[in-house]
Design a binder for this molecule. Sequence first.
Ligand SMILES: [Zn+2]
Length: 433
Amino acid sequence: MVDEQAREEVVRFTSDLIRIDTTNRGGGDCQERPAAEYAAARLAEAGLEPTLLERTRGRTNVVARVPGTDPRADALLVHGHLDVVPAEAGDWSVHPFSGEVRDGVVWGRGAVDMKNMDAMILAVVRNWARAGVRPRRDLVIAFTADEEASAEDGSGFLADRHADLFEGCTEGISESGAFTFHDGTGRQIYPIAAGERGTGWLKLTARGRAGHGSKVNRSNAVTRLAAAVARIGAHEWPLRLTPTVRAALTELAALYGLDTALDDVEGLLEKLGPAAALVEPTVRNSANPTMLSAGYKVNVIPGEAVAYIDGRYLPGGEDEFRTTLDELTGPDVDWEFQHHEVALQAPVDAPTFARMRAAVQEFAPEGHVVPYCMSGGTDAKQFSRLGITGYGFAPLKLPAGFDYQALFHGVDERVPVDALHFGVRVLDRFLSS
Ligand SMILES: [Zn+2]
């Protein structure tokens, strides 16, 4: 049971953590240490023994273990990142690092991504310490640095160098799942993430013969690059249903009273209306051209031209992604991974998924839980190297008109106090079950 103090603490911790500016601008420009010390102090007050770990000074991670009652049970990792993306104060209604609580809403950068979840984790384990509750499985709690950039100072470092702290962990939970998705017709859907697309950020390099801009040139690097970029941008990636997306579509089709046979996925997506947004980005690979660079003077043909592509591939889709890129770039353009992260897939028929589903439904009986695959990635990718299967489960009950996904990295990021209270109750129920 969640007590009054836990309800007060989750709001105060969210607000306090927002006030500690942990903006991650990339390139190592971030200091998570004050937030890590804050979280570690709250854990220590609950009788835990948090360890602070740094690969780079100031880029601090916190790990603590909550011993379970069943020593034979596998451990569960519960992780949240401490850094946030930048916020331009001039665009906001309130200062993004004020952590202001106004009219029942906590405002600020990190309110949904993901200082809310960090605060919920802290509130739950402190509640347990007061009530004498112990979970069945060991819980490993990790607050990480650097999720919003390369994870090299955060979960990547922990997975590489401190695997011993995660001993026994087989599954993990973290951000981007179990929030209320309002479909516009009164249905409330709670998507729980059971997979992530992989990341393939590509650098394309076209080479050709440099020369005078007035001369005939059949080996123009800019022309070659532009053709390859246009082919990639226009490519229609084929539909591929992974087990998670198949399960999501089947459950959504049933919820909407539609044919669950999935023999016309495009047709089904159309009929699902707004709810199609939960699956549409993950029924195929994608590759979007995002940056171009070539030349230095209008009458000089450069010998080289470069482009960058944001590619994402489905679990099991990396080989097809690579082969297709080879074909689309052709013989005159080389491509390489500038950044490369695995795709993840977690079983939706696992007992843990059933327990997450039950915990949400207990406190949101009007809600419909469905699995889904994330289109992007989280720290779960790094922890997967330790054999940890990751789920996105950071429960929040949101009112209609509250566009959770738009608030991620968005202006006026905020979270209702009620949503935090719901999150603590669901998290408490799931983690103690
Ligand atoms: Zn996040």
